[in-house]
Design a protein around this ligand. Structure first.
Ligand SMILES: [Fe+2]
Ligand SMILES: [Fe+2]
Length: 293
């Protein structure tokens, strides 16, 4: 079966680091004030980074089938891999090794703190700050040996036709679901405007963390976590036909969150030791003492 395929080393880690995906998203969706520069950088096809990102999406689009997603849900949503306190899980996430330039790149914890501190500085509620701090914690999937393309990357619905608004749509021709009559129509296995709660998304850190936190955080937080990589919808509105009115209301929060994720990166690393007590209190307010991963 496709989902039990053994992946080669190149298929597991096409990117030099997970950030390569996020840097590419930033080039596709530059901060409004700096579009010219960022777009030029994006158009630089000589840039070898583009090839790794392209390869990453080739694998993502090929292997993220409906059956693959169901298989991952059945495995990871048992949460029987490990148990640790939230801060411990953060430190565990931070052991993800990059071979990218350490002078430029911030580690995972620093990205999370920059995101949450930017949210805090704007005076948002504490659960919103906590959401910024947690939103990429699902990347611990990489530490369980999962391929990069099953952890990060833009997410999209499976079980219905792939939108051409998804990055590199041409690679869906390698996905068996593309030829499956159950899955390759506009609605596929879904009903018009059935609501995203009934839709299976491609598997990755968003979906995993949503299930990990769904009993503890307010609903807008859960939408931000679950759909923050669903650029085809929150930026391109490509799946309006599956959303219901409640999703539309909640996506305002997803859109509010996105700039903090994309545009809060600054080369100055946050002071982790100084910030830790504030975040430990916030974690204790909303989450259990230990998380079952
Ligand atoms: Fe993310
Ligand atoms: Fe992020």
């Amino acid at each position: 079966m496709e989902t039990h395929k053994q992946f080669t080393e190149q298929e597991i880690s096409p990117l030099h680091s997970l950030e390569e995906w996020e840097e590419d998203v930033l080039k596709r969706y530059p901060e409004p004030e700096t579009p010219a520069k960022a777009k030029d950088a994006y158009r630089n096809y000589e840039n070898p980074e583009r090839d790794t990102v392209r390869e990453f999406y080739r694998l993502n689009h090929r292997y993220q089938t409906f059956d693959f997603v169901r298989d991952k849900e059945n495995d990871f949503l048992r949460f029987n891999k490990r148990e640790m306190p939230v801060w411990g899980a953060m430190e565990y996430l931070n052991t993800l090794v990059d071979d990218s330039d350490p002078d430029i790149d911030l580690d995972q914890l620093q990205h999370l703190l920059q995101t949450s501190e930017a949210i805090r500085a704007d005076g948002h509620p504490d659960w919103f700050v906590l959401t910024g701090f947690l939103h990429d914690l699902g990347k611990v999937l990489c530490l369980f040996g999962e391929p990069q393309w099953a952890v990060v990357g833009d997410t999209f619905p499976v079980g219905c036709r792939h939108s051409d608004k998804i990055v590199y749509p041409e690679f869906f021709k390698d996905n068996p679901d593309f030829y499956n009559e159950r899955f390759n129509t506009k609605y596929g296995i879904y009903e018009p405007n059935c609501g995203l709660r009934n839709v299976h998304m491609s598997w990755g850190h968003d979906e995993y963390l949503y299930h990990l936190t769904k009993d503890y955080l307010p609903e807008p937080a859960l939408y931000m976590i679950r759909y923050h990589s669903f650029y085809a919808q929150h930026r391109e509105n490509a799946y309006d036909h599956l959303l219901d009115d409640h999703d539309r209301e909640m996506f305002a929060w997803v859109r509010k969150f996105n700039p903090y994720d994309l545009y809060s990166k600054s080369p100055a690393p946050p002071n982790v030791a100084e910030l830790r007590p504030y975040y430990e209190d916030l974690i204790a307010k909303y989450l259990p003492g230990t998380l079952k991963l």
